[in-house]
Design a protein around this ligand. Sequence first.
Ligand code: GLY
Length: 553
Amino acid sequence: MNVNFLLMGILLLSCTSPKPIKGAVVSAREEASAIGVEIMKQGGTAFDALIATDLALTVCYPNAGNISGGGFLVYRTAEGKVGSLDYREKAPMGASADMYLDEQGNVMPGKSTLGGLAVGVPGTVAGLAAIHKKFGTLPWEDLVQPAIDLARKGYFVTKKQQRSFESKKEDFIAVNGPDTFYAQDFKAGDRVQNTALAETLERIAKYGKAGFYQGPVAEDLVNRVMETGGVITLEDLLAYEPVWRDPINFQYKDLNIYAMGPPSSGGICLAQIMKMIEPYNVGQYDHNSKEAMQVIVEAERRSYADRSLYLGDPDFVNVPKDSLLDVTYLNKRMNSFTFEKATKSTDIAPGSIQWEESEETTHYSIVDPLGNAVAVTTTLNGSYGSKVFVENGGYFLNNEMDDFSSKPGVPNMFGLIGGKANAIAPQKRMLSAMTPTIVERKGKLAMVVGTPGGSTIITSVLQTILNVYEFDMDVQSAVSAARFHHQWLPDVVVFEPGQFNPSLIKSLQDKGYNIKEEYSRIIGRVDAIQISESGEITTGADPRGDDTAVPLY
Ligand code: GLY
């Protein structure tokens, strides 16, 4: 070959082939992802980037990003060590099993969702401090500083965010009065400068965990909770400790999967569903085909039924993890499944226990150039939590108490029912569905994934993994692909509206599946990173939100 041609070819290739990505942050907001990447550029690891990204989300994604909620981390270090941190909120010491019941024993509407009594003892700052203590390489103050700067300089409101603010304005005012910070009419493109939050973050930067759980920030928090009818005390804040726990680990074909264990139901349910699906080899069917969907829905039905009965805070109840994950048991659970017709949820377990959770949570995935990976899902529970805004502190408080069963066996105002395992008790953690997940293949890091979406979290994570490994999609397509959801009760399969072929819907209806297409709530917002066998990093940011992947070159 002519040498000039060869040189031109090499030049052309080097101009056109994309630069390899060395790391990435995928989160609900571009600012937060960019801040995480900047930390890695300064030499920080994925753990350092996690802290900066998390606090940035507190500023620019106030519906779910938080210093006043809780979350879960699942990590895999560059050396292949895997673990998880539980910094889920806890019930205050003054909580009791019947705290949301009136004198007649009826659930009082709104008490577990709106106002001070809905607030669980926050775990986020203690969680971030524990992560920094164990894994941090850059100084804590340097990781908090970008969020302080963002709060002072301001973040820009997106169109979706404007709609979100507008939809909750009445609640903000009802709980906090007309002068509350977020009752201002912020429009898309407006810059929001939150000086009060910058000052709170400055105390956290200076004093670490104590900057939130002690001193003026803690006092303001407790006062605001008390003013709005809650029971959290300074003693509750001082007593809060996160817990390092073993994640749930299971094999699916050649994948080795780690996901969050109790008090999240995510890992156990994901494992149950995938193990029930495994023998059916769903990859032999087309993606979102009738057969593939039947197998997935039937496995989901059986797992969510177990979830309602058995899962709760492992520090308070005995979660029969091994029995629930026993392969013989799971295969037996699928014995009643046939492709001929839908199983009825009432035939799966007695009673009619219903599970649903609120959808406002956020997830981010980070991989650094060394190969450390973190999957973090964090939440205030409802959108903007309890809507209680600590004006002096610039942040909303969670309403995580609603993830408990207000009255075991009886529906609360949203029709939610839970088992005794998830009854309220002082200092107990409420059951979650959050499913931060790490996938290994052939001993190597292969995927980091998670999502918000309440009870749809588990099934969205499931479909994203299956889309990549069974249906051969790249990770962005896997995240974007239309999703469906089933959770045992109500006995309906929820479809993303307008995304599924009417003939497919008809054929499933003919089999006895009750399809609900007009469902308005989101089915997750998955943020994922895939690492190929050769080490190539690709990202998937969910187009359903403002989610953005920022690569590190
Ligand atoms: N608050 C939603 C969850 O923890 O699953």
